[in-house]
Design a protein around this ligand. Structure first.
Ligand SMILES: Cc1cc2nc3c(=O)[nH]c(=O)nc-3n(C[C@H](O)[C@H](O)[C@H](O)COP(=O)(O)OP(=O)(O)OC[C@H]3O[C@@H](n4cnc5c(N)ncnc54)[C@H](O)[C@@H]3O)c2cc1C
Length: 390
């Protein structure tokens, strides 16, 4: 039900934050015919949602999240059929660099095949045919997921928001920081930085790593931490072909899905602890963007939410050099000319796998989705909206 009060705009749902989580909550609510407003503090969203690889990889998720990731694949594809949001179904390939990683690929292949998730175990030779730039001495074999997709992170969110406005009538307000959010018993009421008020029967807060501006006391106590990731992007290589998401040996040792493998614990127990790759949480992922450039990353440095200042604001050359050296062990590129470097920050839960807290039955704070937001948000948001509007 929509209430009417003079000087306050009324909606069924008010969303704070135009990253991937906020945007997909808007999508599902709009498809239910609800009147939705989305308030984003920046002129264009520039948080984790535009700083990532754009890899949509349910294969990396555990048994609980993989179905949400697979549902997200369907949702992205549905939108792509209506409007170009930069989705490409170009698959994901995991590359094993040694016998232990190959064992994990074989084990996860059996698990995912039994769960009905299509995947193909490939020999090293098959991988070389598929990925011409791959170095022969790196790859023992691979596991390929044909259904997985990539997005262009700097394009997708803007196009999805555009689509939601033009097709479904989303009231999208960029450059509109929300400075206060509360309830009056019947409605959630937000105040933006100009003093304008917005009311709705429900509000969803997806403010990513900027949680400290709204509900600071709540978040000071929340089981959340920040994670800073280093990234880089090469110049455009029109003659290099690196299709889809490319995930390598250290990723096999890191991603949640592999924790289901019978050999995982024993393989992790004998890993060497004393190296910079481990210290900086580095694993190597590649994704070739539409313009032919290659996005390479990443590292992981953590800080408690109360000590955000521990994550420096600068790019660390030592970390970038470690990423680059490991990447050069895996593929050939013509000159490794790096044109852009950046870092991104996301929040993740220290207890559980997402932070979802409801205040006064009307305000739902949802953040801390960690490194799986581009993959799981469309599916997760669908569940939230279904539970609020049954
Ligand atoms: C480097 C990097 C690589 C990654 N790679 C991948 C990948 O390939 N695949 C994958 O699945 N995931 C990946 N992730 C994770 C994924 O990007 C995040 O999980 C996801 O983007 C989080 O989305 P979000 O909407 O919660 O946060 P954000 O994208 O940070 O969005 C929050 C939004 O809220 C807005 N906001 C904050 N406060 C206010 C306020 N008071 N008023 C109004 N607006 C406000 C912000 O401006 C921002 O736009 C990666 C993350 C990083 C950093």
């Amino acid at each position: 039900m929509t209430f009417h009060t003079p000087n306050i705009q009324n909606f069924d749902l008010l969303i704070v934050g135009g990253g991937i989580l906020g945007t997909f909550h808007a999508y599902h609510a709009l498809r239910k015919g609800l009147k939705v407003a989305l308030l984003e503090k920046d002129g264009l969203p520039v948080g984790a949602t535009v700083r990532n690889f754009g890899q949509v990889v349910p294969s990396g998720m555990n048994a609980k999240w993989q179905p949400l990731g697979r549902r997200s694949l369907e949702i992205y594809q549905t939108i792509q059929q209506q409007f170009d949001i930069s989705v490409r179904q170009n698959g994901s390939i995991y590359l094993a660099s040694d016998a232990d990683e190959m064992t994990l690929l074989e084990e996860i292949h059996a698990i995912h095949r039994d769960r009905g998730y299509p995947c193909e175990l490939w020999t090293g030779t098959h991988c070389m045919h598929y990925l011409a730039p791959l170095k022969e001495d790196y790859c023992l074999g691979g596991l390929y997921y044909p259904q997985e997709i990539t997005l262009e992170p700097t394009l997708a969110i803007h196009r999805i928001l555009h689509h939601l406005q033009s097709r479904y009538g989303l009231h999208y307000r960029p450059s509109t920081p929300v400075i206060h959010l509360d309830t009056d018993g019947q409605r959630a009421i937000a105040e933006d930085i100009t003093g304008k008020k917005w009311a709705a029967s429900q509000a969803i807060v997806c403010t990513g790593a900027d949680f400290n501006y709204l509900f600071p006391h709540l978040f000071a106590e929340a089981p959340l931490e920040l994670c800073k990731l280093h990234m880089m992007q090469t110049r455009s290589y029109p003659d290099v072909h690196l299709p889809g998401s490319i995930l390598t040996g250290l990723t096999i040792r890191r991603y949640e899905s592999f924790q289901e493998c019978p050999s995982y614990a024993a393989i992790k127990a004998i890993e060497s602890e004393n190296n910079l790759l481990k210290e900086f949480g580095i694993h190597i992922l590649f994704k070739q963007a539409l313009d032919g450039s290659v996005i390479i990353g990443d590292s992981h440095e953590y800080a408690p939410v109360s000590e955000r200042h521990l994550l420096d604001y600068h790019i660390d050359n030592q970390i970038q050099n470690e990423i680059l050296q490991e990447a050069q062990r895996i593929i050939h590129l013509p000159d490794w000319s790096i044109e852009r470097q950046w870092f991104g920050v996301y929040t993740q839960c220290t207890e559980g796998d997402i932070y979802h807290k409801t205040l006064a039955e009307r305000i739902h704070i949802i953040t801390g989705i960690g490194g799986k937001g581009m993959t799981a948000s469309p599916g997760y948001a669908e569940q939230t909206i279904q539970s609020l509007w049954k």
